[in-house]
Ligand binder design. Structure first.
Ligand code: ADP
Ligand code: MG
Length: 660
């Protein structure tokens, strides 16, 4: 611990958290990391790589970047990565408030399609994917003195790629810089030993006792069980908010709505009459995420319906009860299939423990696991890192763009299986991103500049060559938001929703329908768009986000000197359909005699998702954005195509995988 100069000491004690109410200030200084502040700073200063392990809620994410800023790194840029955009935004917002500055001042965030940071910004919260992209222009991340990789235990693909890159940087960068890894779980030994000379520091958490309850029998529907349990807690248990883990936007919105109606009829225990439901999930716009942190109004109890974002990445104050459905929506690569499948799967024991822990942050709490103890015992002990279970094409493209030509020799914390790497290289080759020697082609370089998955980047580039870039940008933007059409609650609303969808329906499928929706939205006067959304049973929030992404994609495409052309309304949509084929060929499927479809490259059987405008119709051949599993494999966001296009447009792939 050689860095204890008096100058540093003085600065540390001089500065305190500015402009917060006394009580709040005291609460912050009460966080476990404050006790460990000196040790944490010393650990970081005296080691190039320092791993900080501490219970969720102990103050790592919000306090440590601030400590660093208030130490001798005051003039340097500090970057802190998060696996999720919601966490980057929420934490930056919180820290800006604690430090009494505006977002984009001293503290800022940058996530895909949304960058608030400015030249003034010294503490920057970003997604790990965004930092990877920044590394293309600045491979050694020279502008940062301290790089904090937060939530390292999550082991997302981007985090793992970043860790590999940082290790390379450690070898190549000669100036003084520090790498800090933060994790909520104890198995940090693995990434610590990945970096030569890394030290581990432990922040002692304060966890209250949490009673864990299991169901006696397995539950048929975790959604029904979750709703019943939430209402029971509200009517029987002492004061305290409820955090319920669900798997995605659709479920969360549905339960929020049900609580609004049913919760009003359920009388709360202990004078807490009202039950207020709030939501938090990835696709929620930044402005609405903030709501989840507001305390419930006096006399009411809050229930937060969240995805696993609230497991470790965000700590929401006030929670005393956790409802754990035991499931999570996860992307995984089916062995041998080469196609990612999005499915609701059981969580791991480690995740179940993290979820329980959320109930005991401020006082003793209770966790209601909506599964039996025997089911718990059968769970995997920890979650498999993403790098071992997803399509690697996006990560490989980024690494190639960073000048790492031999991906197989790249040092990862966990080496991805060779067949998965080979498949990613093949995928990129067919997309035209790699030339025959495996180097990035000019097309690949352009693809790497576009902040979307390689298949979408390809769609944009092909569209640019065929006069429909703007339409493709609309389709890609629409693919980035979870759900545009709102499902009605009552029969009448459901009918209205179906009719609205019918108005925009295009026979070519969901992509062109989405394009029609966005065009109609943009054709509506700015002040009338909200009303237009309501009338058409369309989510205004989703449209706003989509619109923002669309604008940013257009700006970027223009900056890349690609012509921003669009199909005329009466014109044939074929160029756009063809562009979709060029990007989505792994997701091409043909109809079989029984009416289901077979994915050509893999032989998987799929059906068209009920939410698709093509559900119920009988196209011969389709491409789709996503494969999801609920009871069976479903193709989501589907476009009708001609089978002959496959060989014509993607011969390298379809001469190997012959349709039919
Ligand atoms: P860690 O990273 O160790 O999990 P955080 O730094 O995220 O911890 O959170 C520290 C504490 O700050 C939490 O216990 C929580 O109570 C509080 N906190 C974090 N974000 C917010 C917010 N947006 N609003 C209010 N309190 C917050
Ligand atoms: Mg954190």
């Amino acid at each position: 611990m050689s860095n204890n100069q008096p100058a540093k000491r003085r600065r540390l004690s001089d500065e305190s958290v500015p402009r917060l109410r006394e009580a709040e200030l005291r609460k912050i200084q009460d966080l476990p990391v404050w006790e460990a502040r000196k040790a944490v700073l010393e650990g970081i200063c005296s080691n190039q790589v320092y791993v900080i392990v501490g219970e969720t809620g102990s103050g790592k994410t919000t306090q440590i970047p601030k400590f660093l800023h208030q130490s001798r790194f005051g003039k340097s840029k500090i970057i802190c990565t998060q696996p999720r955009r919601v966490a980057a935004i929420a934490n930056a917002t919180r820290v800006a408030k604690e430090m009494g500055c505006k977002l984009g001042g001293l503290v800022g965030y940058a996530v895909r399609f949304d960058d608030t940071s400015t030249h003034e910004t010294k503490i920057r919260y970003v997604t790990d994917g965004l930092l990877l992209r920044e590394a293309v222009a600045d491979p050694l991340l020279q502008q940062y003195k301290v790089i904090i990789v937060d939530e390292a235990h999550e082991r997302t693909l981007d985090t793992d790629a970043l860790l590999g890159l940082l290790k390379r940087m450690q070898r190549l960068r000669k100036d003084e810089f520090h790498i800090v890894l933060m994790s909520a779980t104890l198995d940090a030994g693995k990434y610590a030993s990945f970096f030569p000379g890394a030290e581990i520091g432990l922040v002692q958490g304060r966890q209250h006792k949490v009673d864990v309850m299991y169901t006696k029998q397995a539950q048929e529907s975790y959604l029904d069980a979750a709703l019943t349990t939430v209402l029971q807690i509200h009517s029987k248990e002492a004061a305290g908010d409820i955090l319920a883990f669900l798997t995605g936007q659709e479920e969360i919105d549905a339960l929020c709505n049900l609580v609004k109606t049913r919760g009003a009829q359920t009388k709360g225990a202990h004078g807490q009459e009202k039950l207020q439901a709030v939501a938090i999930y990835a696709a929620l716009p930044a402005e609405q995420q903030a709501q989840v942190f507001h305390p419930a109004p006096p006399g009411s109890r809050k229930v937060i319906f969240a995805t696993n974002i609230a497991e470790t990445a965000l700590t929401i104050p006030g929670v005393r009860y956790v409802v754990d459905t035991g499931v999570v929506k996860q992307r995984s690569y089916q062995t041998g299939a080469g196609v990612d499948l999005l499915a609701v799967v059981p969580i791991s024991k480690a995740q179940a423990r993290q979820r329980s822990g959320r109930a005991g942050r401020e006082a003793p709490g209770k966790t209601f696991r909506l599964y039996t103890e025997a089911e718990f015992e059968k769970l995997e002990s920890s979650t498999t890192p993403e790098i071992l279970r997803v399509n690697l094409a996006a990560a490989v493209l980024q690494l190639k763009a960073l000048g790492i030509s031999d991906i197989r020799a790249f040092d990862f914390v966990d080496q991805p299986p060779l067949p998965a790497l080979v498949r990613a290289l093949e995928h990129l080759h067919v997309l035209g991103a790699l030339d025959t020697t495996g180097e990035l082609s000019p097309c690949g370089q352009q693809m790497a500049r576009l902040p979307v998955d390689p298949q979408y980047a390809k769609i944009l580039l092909v569209a640019a060559a065929s006069g429909c870039t703007e339409d493709a940008a609309a389709v890609v933007a629409m693919a980035s938001v979870e759900q545009v059409f709102v499902n009605g609650r009552t029969e009448q609303q459901k009918q209205a929703a179906t009719q609205a969808k019918q108005r925009f329906r295009r026979p070519q499928g969901d992509h062109l329908t989405a394009l029609a929706v966005l065009r109609a939205f943009l054709a509506t006067g700015k002040g009338k768009r909200g009303e237009w959304c309501v009338q058409n049973c369309i989510s205004g929030r989703a449209m706003q986000r989509c619109h923002r992404i669309f604008q940013q994609l257009c700006t970027l495409l223009q900056a890349m000197k690609l012509p921003l052309e669009r199909l005329g309304d009466t014109q044939d949509p074929e160029p756009l359909q063809r562009a979709l084929v060029c990007g989505l060929f792994l997701h091409a499927a043909c109809r079989q005699s029984d009416g289901t479809f077979k994915v050509i490259g893999t032989g998987q059987e799929v059906s068209i998702h009920p939410s698709s405008v093509l559900s119920g119709s009988k196209p011969e051949c389709i491409v789709f954005n996503e494969l999801v599993f609920t009871r069976r494999n479903y193709a989501r966001t589907v476009c009708n195509i001609q089978m002959s296009w496959l060989i014509e447009l993607v011969p390298t792939y379809f001469t190997k995988h012959i349709p039919r």
